[in-house]
Design a protein around this ligand. Sequence first.
Ligand SMILES: *Cc1c(COP(=O)(O)O)cnc(C)c1O
Length: 454
Amino acid sequence: MEFKKYLLQEGEIPQAWYNIIPDMVTKPLPLIHPVTKQPLKAEDLYPIFSKAASQQELNTTDRWIEIPDEVREMYRIWRPTPLVRATGLEKLLDTPAHIYFKNESVSPVGSHKLNSAIAQAYYCKQEGVTNITTETGAGQWGAALSLAAKHFGLELAVYMVKISYNQKPYRRSMMQTYGAEVISSPSMSTKAGRKIITDNPNYQGSLGTAISEAVELAISTPNCKYVLGSVLNHVALHQTVIGLEAEKQMEMAGEYPDVVIACFGGGSNFSGLAFPFLRHKLNGEKPETRFIAAEPASCPKLTRGVFQYDFGDEAGYTPLIPMYTLGHSFQPANIHAGGLRYHGGGAIISQLKHDNFVDAVDIPQLDSFKAATMFARSEGIIPAPESSHAIAATINEALKCKIAGESKAILFNLSGHGLIDMSSYDRYFANDLSNYEVTAEEIAQYTKDLEKIL
Ligand SMILES: *Cc1c(COP(=O)(O)O)cnc(C)c1O
């Protein structure tokens, strides 16, 4: 094993986040109000989100949005994160490609999610909010927000997808350690939850359901706001600290990436790494750079979903979002990359994919664990099952370079570590995991009733 690396950890934390919308050739279509069916205004979002997040969500004009000092102060705990040259993996693959990864797993909670959790908790506190609520799948977002809420003195209730609540007890423990209340979803505490439990008592939960429950609680509780960890534009915005740092660090390494790769759940870590580099493609400076979103074959919204307006949640409380979607009632297989089990791709990425600025690939579950194991054995870090999809896509690209004899620079995001996901690894080693493919009929079934606004 080889641990000699570039460890580029110097440099400043960015002063501002990057909003990609002003630079987009075709702007994303507007979010639509679920009841009036009119384009959404920031005021429409105020009952759910903080005002600052609502305004950021609809901001199509300001390219740079200042990071508040209190947020940068907290980023300082673990940022800038290292950019690492994966020489061990290069050697294992015997590839001429130069592989780099941005290591977001070094945050106190082990993933990139804290970048937006801190920002959103900060804005809620500024606006006098006392309680916040959210959903979590595998638990990474819930853990990140629990820490952020505690720091800013907010009470937090987290709806955790039932299957993860039972399969991933340690993330629940993390949230409780930080002082959050964790509720298994679907629950009896909301109308949305009670309806689903009544219709299907064995339902193992989904992110869509958990979002419905959290939004319902926020709307029906005074001084309580909802906070979302992915999909929306303002979350992508906060995550751009990743790519802005990486851009400087790649410069220090004397390279510019030919390929930029991240795994894709709702798009926040992909957007965070990719957008700062994408701006040079959008303005014509770096037309050749490729951007690859790696999604699980069991939840292939970007590669096989329809481009259509859909709700962000199962019950239809959220605005209608123009995006690649498998349908808001889509029920993904119980794969271990819990953070990638979301039905839709978000407005910005979906438009960029539609306009061919972004590619997507589907990774079968077993390939992701094989890649994860190779990475752990060559680089020493055990990746999150989600991040492993990016690693599998990176390995595929590096092997293409080997065949072509090309020394491309590939940059991927290590969105999190897998130290709390070892039960998934155990099942992989016991040959107890399988691949899940969605059939065309299933996709047609889940998407046939979407409103045909496009
Ligand atoms: C949540 C999560 C993801 C997927 O969410 P995105 O919004 O698509 O980034 C990926 N990796 C890790 C480690 C996560 O916690």
